[in-house]
Write a protein that binds this ligand. Structure first.
Ligand SMILES: [Fe+2]
Ligand SMILES: [Fe+2]
Length: 247
């Protein structure tokens, strides 16, 4: 694993990327430099040192105020306690389900649970929280939409293996569908559920008319985000709506 690389994807919004060659997978965290700095995803606990060094080039890490993430998994929030130690005023911010089920037990400090459509203001930036159960996966899942730059922080949506440019205008839905197919044929199958409300959630995300999709495992895409979300919804439906193979 190389040192993390940092790219400014919008004014004062930075993508911090580490690449795991054994997994052929990128892990991206996003640091928002604002009055109340926010880190979206901590990255896996074992990358804490690399991510901390990257954040230190952007802000004084002790100033971090918010640690946001979609769902309770190591790459989303595995180093939450390390961050809470480095940043005494920091607090987890995620769905109320994640708070109730995991964070208020596992984290050293109580977190803040957001309701659907509740807005977190960090200063100049406004983050609308969207409750998205089982999208990308896990019942506590939620996503954040930054309203001024219209960036949807996608977590594992559009998950795709390989190394990518930090920013792209080339479509991302085809690569995501290819990775889903590859994973279904591997021991990592069943990572994406398809539920009675998957399509409605995906359509709700498309209706945001985002300008950028900030992928955790892949590039940050700029372009027709609604079309990309609808294409991903279609391939998810095609792959999983009638999926019966188990285990
Ligand atoms: Fe995940
Ligand atoms: Fe992830």
């Amino acid at each position: 694993m190389a040192n993390a690389s940092v790219t400014e994807i919008a004014p004062d919004i930075f993508r911090i990327c580490t690449y795991f060659s054994q997994k052929d997978l990128e892990f991206n965290e996003f640091l928002v430099r604002d009055e109340q700095p926010l880190l979206f995803h901590t990255g896996p606990r074992k990358t804490f040192g690399e991510v901390l060094a990257a954040v230190r080039t952007l802000i004084d890490p002790s100033r971090l105020r918010w640690i946001g993430f979609s769902h309770y998994e190591a790459d989303e929030c595995g180093s939450i306690n390390e961050w809470l130690t480095v940043a005494p005023d920091a607090q987890a911010v995620c769905s109320q389900v994640a708070i109730n089920v995991s964070i208020n037990d596992v984290a050293e400090k109580p977190g803040r649970g957001l309701k659907h459509n509740e807005v977190l203001t960090t200063g100049r930036r406004r983050f609308r929280f969207l409750r998205t159960p089982h999208v990308p996966h896990a019942w506590e899942s939620g996503l954040m939409f930054e309203e001024t730059e219209r960036i949807l922080f996608c977590s594992d949506l559009f998950f795709q293996s390989g190394r990518h440019p930090a920013l792209t205008e080339s479509e991302v839905a085809t690569g995501a569908a290819a990775t889903l197919r590859k994973y279904q044929a591997s021991p990592m199958a069943n990572s994406v559920p398809y539920t009675p409300y998957t399509d409605r959630i995906m359509e709700g995300l498309a209706a945001l008319e985002a300008a950028s999709l900030a992928l955790m495992h892949g590039p940050t895409y700029r372009g027709d985000c609604a079309s990309q979300l609808r294409a991903l919804a279609a391939s998810t439906r095609e792959l999983f709506a009638n999926y019966t193979q188990w285990p």
